[in-house]
Design a protein around this ligand. Structure first.
Ligand SMILES: Cc1cc2nc3c(=O)[nH]c(=O)nc-3n(C[C@H](O)[C@H](O)[C@H](O)COP(=O)(O)OP(=O)(O)OC[C@H]3O[C@@H](n4cnc5c(N)ncnc54)[C@H](O)[C@@H]3O)c2cc1C
Length: 553
């Protein structure tokens, strides 16, 4: 009890610091979100004169490509989308859209794409360890009731995005596989693609945006990709699962690594079993079914076990490598990377679509003032702002403001209201995955237990980390503070009230392990740029639209 009390005081102090910090950030009203206005864009005169003129080519009509096509078409651009396979896909990826991602859909005017696909609302997360469980709700009180997470079949959602994009008169959607980028003197001029009927076609546009997903074959010349594959997900659809917490994502802290459950339709629940490393038991020999039944099923809550085993017996088991690839752009005139082809994180926290949609919003706002993209070098230089804007937020502005005060360098645009989420979500996903993996190391085990108990403390201790996970709080500073608060909480639990030398030793190792987890991820995500950007490019956000809670009648 005394332990908990003293720790409570320590952690409360930390939060006073966070609170003061947020005050400096003086964000005015968190429930006021910005959404596109009806600004008309001056487009290149050749568009009017020549119907065949294309402002840009988008490769891939997945979440990023389809959303971007519709968004830029609405801004008056002529868009050619080339997608390898326009039929509905059955995939185990991108099935939980976090509320932060849903807000981005609203900003883009695409929220109806999550309707009429038998999607299921998600209002929070449950964390289960051994026979204990905690549940935390998303902080959605300040939003309209339609704002929540959504679970759905990825294929159905993507089809809706594609239909919406294709129905816009400015979009031409083609089924074909892009084999290469067409380059002249270091400038990308377009793409070469093969249609379903085998026709080889070259298409030209002043800008090509490559959104060809995690297996991208085109990213090679556009980024310095360094892909890490820490684990695989094994996916099953469990029918009529009796989840312990209704309309919540479930994370079960199993051995060797977490198992996820979330509902993706009125009667189906996606189960993703993480297996560390790149090799998984063979599905065809039955080793996988055996592994799932003997190793995984006994660790699940009793009420889920039968339906899980039934799903294994049904047999529709899919696997997918989990890739991590920090954004490392190699800017090239005439081309840009977006979505998973540009940046990937561990899918444990379901943040990929939120990052992709957030990036689409930034690109839309950046491209808006441009009359055309005809000067590839100038556009390329201008779009470098994207790589900073997707990382910085008000925290960075505060740091930057301090720099301005001390250096008298007035390079900042103070009207900015930035809400990029990419780096914050990426860092959290990587760190949480490492904390949630089972280990024999005592310090790491203590860290995992501290994390579980910290989230169970309630109040800001639970909601704070969840609001970061779900994309509603993009602050990397809050993330780092929560992470180290967990570590300090873990040390406190060890040494209070009777500090034994062994506990001090484990506590010191816990702090070292915590730093060893977060610091390399921060470095890979470009922490310096995130917290202390050299310059923050002027960013013309669209006029705000309120997504306030309904007023009672
Ligand atoms: C196992 C797993 C689970 C995940 N779960 C979630 C989750 O719950 N929530 C979440 O937000 N994120 C999740 N993610 C991440 C999420 O799926 C991705 O971030 C998101 O789908 C990225 O969208 P994208 O448009 O970049 O790629 P995709 O949606 O993969 O789209 C790429 C498109 O490009 C097309 N294409 C590829 N090559 C070519 C070519 N040469 N020519 C033409 N077209 C081409 C493809 O056919 C495809 O349609 C998960 C990822 C994994 C691996």
């Amino acid at each position: 009890m005394i332990n908990q009390y003293i720790l409570g005081i320590i952690v409360t102090h930390l939060f006073v610091i966070i609170f003061l910090y947020s005050l400096i950030g003086k964000r005015k009203n968190r429930n006021v979100k910005e959404i596109e206005g009806d600004e008309s864009i001056k487009i290149s005169t050749n568009v009017a004169e020549n119907n065949e003129y294309t402002d840009l080519i988008i490769v891939g009509a997945g979440v990023a490509g389809a959303a971007l096509a519709h968004t830029l078409a609405k801004d008056g651009r002529r868009v050619l989308v080339i997608e390898r396979d326009l039929s509905e896909q059955d995939r185990i990826v991108g099935e939980l859209l976090q509320p932060g991602g849903y807000l981005k859909l609203v900003e883009l005017g695409l929220e109806d794409c999550a309707d009429e696909i038998d999607s299921h609302p998600v209002y929070g997360y449950a964390l289960i360890k051994d026979d204990k469980s905690i549940s935390v709700s998303y902080p959605l009180e300040d939003f309209h009731s339609q704002i929540a997470g959504r679970g759905f079949h990825n294929g159905r959602f993507v089809q809706k995005l594609r239909q919406k994009a294709a129905s816009h008169p400015n979009v031409k959607m083609e089924e074909g596989t892009v084999s290469s980028l067409l380059e002249e003197k270091g400038i990308v001029k377009g793409v070469r693609y093969r249609t379903k009927t085998g026709e080889d076609i070259k298409a030209y546009a002043p800008l090509t945006i490559v959104c060809d997903g995690c297996f991208s074959s085109l990213r090679r010349t556009l980024c310095n990709s360094k892909i890490d594959v820490p684990s695989c997900f094994v996916g099953l659809v469990v029918e009529n699962a009796d989840l312990p917490y209704d309309s919540h994502g479930h994370v079960i802290l199993a051995d060797p690594s977490p198992v996820l459950f979330y509902q993706i339709s009125s009667f189906e629940t996606r189960c993703l079993v993480d297996i560390p490393g790149q090799k998984v038991p063979s599905i065809s020999t039955g080793d996988m079914a055996r592994y799932l039944k003997t190793k995984v099923a006994p660790q699940l809550p009793a009420k889920l076990r039968q339906s899980f085993i039934a799903a294994v017996d049904k047999g529709n088991i899919k696997t997918m490598h989990n890739r991590i690839m920090p954004a490392a752009p190699k800017p090239k005139p005439g081309a840009l990377l977006l979505g998973d082809s540009f940046n990937m994180r561990h899918p444990l926290t379901g943040g990929g679509m939120t990052v992709a949609l957030s990036d689409v919003v930034i690109i839309r706002d950046l491209l808006r003032p441009l009359a055309n993209f005809n000067d590839p070098h100038a556009v390329c230089k201008y779009l470098e702002a994207f790589y900073t804007l997707r990382k910085v937020n008000e925290d960075s502005l505060v740091c930057h403001a301090l720099q301005v005060i001390f250096t008298h360098e007035l390079t900042i645009c103070f009207e900015l209201i930035l809400q990029p989420v990419a780096s914050t979500i990426n860092i959290l996903a990587g760190a949480l995955y490492k904390v949630f993996c089972a280990t024999t190391d005592e310090a790491r085990r203590e860290m995992q237990q501290a994390c579980f108990d910290y989230l169970g403390l309630g109040g800001n201790f639970s909601v704070g980390p969840l609001s970061i996970l779900c994309g509603l709080n993009p602050s990397p500073t809050h993330l780092v503070l929560h992470f180290f608060a967990v570590a300090i909480y873990g040390v406190g639990r060890l040494i209070l009230p009777f500090p034994l030398p062994k506990c001090f030793w484990i506590g010191a190792r816990l702090l070292t392990e915590a730093s060893g987890i977060i610091l390399p991820i921060l470095q890979a995500e470009g922490a310096r740029q995130m917290f202390f950007p050299a310059t923050i490019p002027a960013y013309h956000r669209a006029p705000p639209v309120k997504i306030m809670p309904e007023t009672p009648a």
